[in-house]
Design a protein around this ligand. Structure first.
Ligand SMILES: Cc1cc2nc3c(=O)[nH]c(=O)nc-3n(C[C@H](O)[C@H](O)[C@H](O)COP(=O)(O)OP(=O)(O)OC[C@H]3O[C@@H](n4cnc5c(N)ncnc54)[C@H](O)[C@@H]3O)c2cc1C
Length: 200
């Protein structure tokens, strides 16, 4: 089924194998992760029992996490702004709000297309460190920005712990760093396109 964030019908670009993996990952997240995520986050403990199960379905990776978190934040912001009325109208009817929603969808969509191609290049053995670093740089910055925008669009509700957005925003701060950091990924791409390392 096409999701609300598949704006360019990227589902059609996937092979049957990739689509099956995507569906297994979604099912895993809904069945095993979502029910325990909030409690684990509040207690500051990682649900270790999920690790072997993740291994069984053959999926892991910060970029996938970041992208999924951006989508969750976008969907929460879209639902909230359509539901919430201020000044006699839904928030989603205001131009400034629509501009923010469009920016989030734009970031999610460009990342989605980029990651599909990156995966293909990896499978064919043609992925370079620069290609990987550029995707990490883009995906983590986009997700971090989307979560912050969603937090803003939810107003005070975006701060509350009973809402997922603030949790994703906190998680994405970690992802932004542990994927190699924005600065270092930039330097890896810079070295590949110029032939000059600018690390020191
Ligand atoms: C939640 C989380 C989970 C992690 N999990 C793992 C893990 O499983 N395995 C693992 O090995 N590591 C893990 N890490 C560590 C992570 O890889 C490092 O935090 C990351 O690589 C940055 O290193 P650092 O923290 O030592 O930052 P520092 O090296 O102290 O850098 C600080 C800042 O300076 C910037 N900087 C550094 N050098 C330059 C330069 N030449 N030019 C411009 N800016 C520069 C960096 O980009 C960064 O923003 C994790 C980190 C976090 C936050």
């Amino acid at each position: 089924m096409t999701s609300s964030t598949d704006f360019y019908l990227a589902d059609r670009l996937l092979t049957d194998e990739a689509r099956a993996l995507r569906d297994r990952a979604r099912d895993f997240a809904e069945t095993h992760v979502r029910p325990v995520a909030r409690e684990a986050w509040e207690q500051g403990e990682f649900p270790r029992e999920l690790v072997p199960r993740l291994g069984e379905i053959g999926i892991a990776g910060g970029l996938v996490d970041a992208h999924g978190e951006a989508i969750t934040c976008y969907e929460a912001a879209l639902a909230y702004t359509k539901r919430r009325e201020q000044f006699g109208n839904p928030l989603a009817s205001f131009q400034l709000v629509q501009a923010k929603l469009v920016e989030m969808l734009e970031g999610i969509t460009t990342t989605q297309l980029l990651l599909i191609q990156l995966g293909r290049l990896r499978d064919s053995g043609e992925m370079t460190p620069g290609m990987s670093a550029l995707a990490k740089r883009h995906a983590t910055a986009m997700a971090r920005s989307a979560a912050a925008t969603a937090r803003e669009l939810l107003g005070g509700h975006g701060i509350l712990q009973d809402n997922e957005v603030m949790r994703h925003l906190c998680d994405l701060e970690g992802v932004y760093t542990y994927e190699g950091t924005f600065a270092i990924n930039t330097l890896i791409v810079g070295r590949e396109i110029t032939g000059i390392g600018a690390f020191a």
